[in-house]
Design a protein around this ligand. Structure first.
Ligand code: ZN
Length: 139
């Protein structure tokens, strides 16, 4: 069995954003040379997530509005976590709702998606460098 590991780096220039990273994961898969197996993609930070959904601008706005309704960024004093001096209590909650990682089957050298599935990096506390891990195993 082969395995391949790659880190993708991001520095999102705003607090929240949703980036389609599918082309970057496909590039990692090509580099791996793996034809049959599994591909794990996970955020390496507890205020960012990885999820799969449609790359449709209205839906992305809907997700952001829904998350901000569930866990508004402000007032920051509403989160006990922020008593530590941080201001990202909401980002921890948003990340947990949207998920840490996804696993995609690799079939015949391709990511074996359902219709319209795309992989997103979701940033909830941006303006700093953060990593996503891609780990591919198979043969
Ligand atoms: Zn925090």
């Amino acid at each position: 069995m082969k395995s391949y590991r790659k880190e993708l780096w991001f520095n999102v220039a705003k607090r929240r954003d949703y980036i389609n990273i599918t082309p970057l994961v496909e590039e990692a898969l090509r580099e791996s040379g793996i034809r049959e197996g599994l591909c794990l993609v996970n955020a390496m930070h507890i205020t960012a997530g990885v999820h799969i959904n449609d790359d449709e601008r209205g839906l992305i706005n809907d997700f952001d509005k829904w998350l901000e309704h569930l866990a508004p960024h402000e007032p920051i004093g509403q989160y006990r976590h922020n008593a530590t001096g941080e201001d990202n209590g909401d980002a921890h909650l948003k990340r947990t709702i949207m998920g840490r990682e996804v696993v995609v089957a690799v079939t015949d050298g391709r990511l074996d998606f359902g219709p319209w599935e795309q992989i997103f990096y979701a940033e909830f506390d941006g303006n700093r460098r953060k990593r996503v891990l891609v780990k591919i195993i198979g043969e």
